[in-house]
Design a protein around this ligand. Structure first.
Ligand code: COA
Length: 260
């Protein structure tokens, strides 16, 4: 597939997906949404790829939805508007439920939908000085599609403050509210991302995707409602090929076959 809005690099078990529209700070339009969804979807079935790193080319990670594209939607029918919004919703969901863990490498700015990509990813790490913000209300709209992922990460209290003011905030604050996992000097960003990747590569590939599914299934539900599910997951996974290999490797004081 020829990509106009993205660049994809493969390096052993890691796929690096770069938003590549630096002139508009990687703001996403319909084509970028389509390309990113397709790339992430296709990577699901590539066994050799075990971790995805999502970053942005140029001075910023992502300035959110392309405001010219959104403005032009006034000329679309309601059905067309719903279709475009659904495609974007599908993109955030594809990031969120990707069976390959996604590390977001964030620098410069992550605003609006850019913050949505951060929230939907698994381990977002940002450079100090990165600007974050749910700026939608300042543009007369709302952070609708990204809200489930953001509220899931930062909770209602911080969401009320940040969604309602639309104020910008820096990486240290983003760590405090739980939007990202770490804020590091920009010159250390790649090394920190690589360390996160190295930790992920120690985990069994199937176990990682099962752990993601577990969080999705169990989060915010009553213990009584999820207990049957959790019992079934561990009963199945401890006798799986990976589970048996992981435990045997530990007991035999060696690395499991998936560890580099
Ligand atoms: N949609 C469309 N174009 C955008 C954009 C967006 N979301 N964000 C930035 N751009 C464009 C600018 O219009 C500008 O275009 P120009 O060169 O034709 O004037 C270009 O990208 C560079 O932007 P600029 O503001 O000059 O760059 P910067 O590096 O000083 O600042 C940002 C980068 C991301 C902090 C700033 O552009 C910004 O605040 N963008 C708005 C983001 C936003 O509110 N997104 C929410 C969408 S829901």
């Amino acid at each position: 597939m020829r990509l106009e809005r993205l660049e994809v690099e493969f390096q052993g078990p890691v796929a690096r997906v770069w938003l590549n529209r630096p002139d508009v700070r990687n703001a996403f339009d319909g084509l970028m949404v389509t390309e990113l969804r397709k790339v992430l979807f296709d990577l699901r079935t590539v066994d050799a790829v075990r971790v995805v790193v999502l970053g942005g080319r140029g001075p910023a990670f992502c300035a959110g939805a392309d405001l010219e594209w959104m403005q032009a939607m006034a000329g679309f029918t309601r059905e067309e508007n719903l279709r475009e919004a659904q495609a974007l919703a599908d993109l955030f969901f594809t990031v969120y439920e990707s069976p390959k863990p996604i590390v977001a490498r964030v620098h410069g700015a992550a605003l609006g939908g850019g913050c949505g990509l951060v929230a939907a990813s698994d381990i977002p790490v940002a450079a100090l000085g990165t600007h974050f913000g749910f700026t939608e209300v300042r543009l007369g709209i709302v952070p609708a599609l990204i809200s489930p992922y953001v509220i899931g990460k930062i909770g209602e209290s911080a969401a009320r403050e940040l969604f309602l003011t639309g104020e910008r905030f820096e990486a240290v604050r983003a760590v405090e509210v739980g939007l990202i996992r770490a804020a590091v000097p920009e010159e250390d960003l790649d090394a920190v991302v690589d360390r996160r990747v190295a930790e992920l590569l120690k985990a069994g590939p199937r176990a990682v995707s099962e752990a993601k599914a577990l969080i999705r299934e169990v989060g915010w539900r009553r213990v009584e409602d999820v207990q049957r599910y959790t019992v079934e997951r561990i009963a199945e996974l401890r006798i799986s090929t990976e589970g048996q290999e992981g435990m045997r490797a530990f007991l035999e004081k060696r690395k499991p076959y998936w560890e580099p």
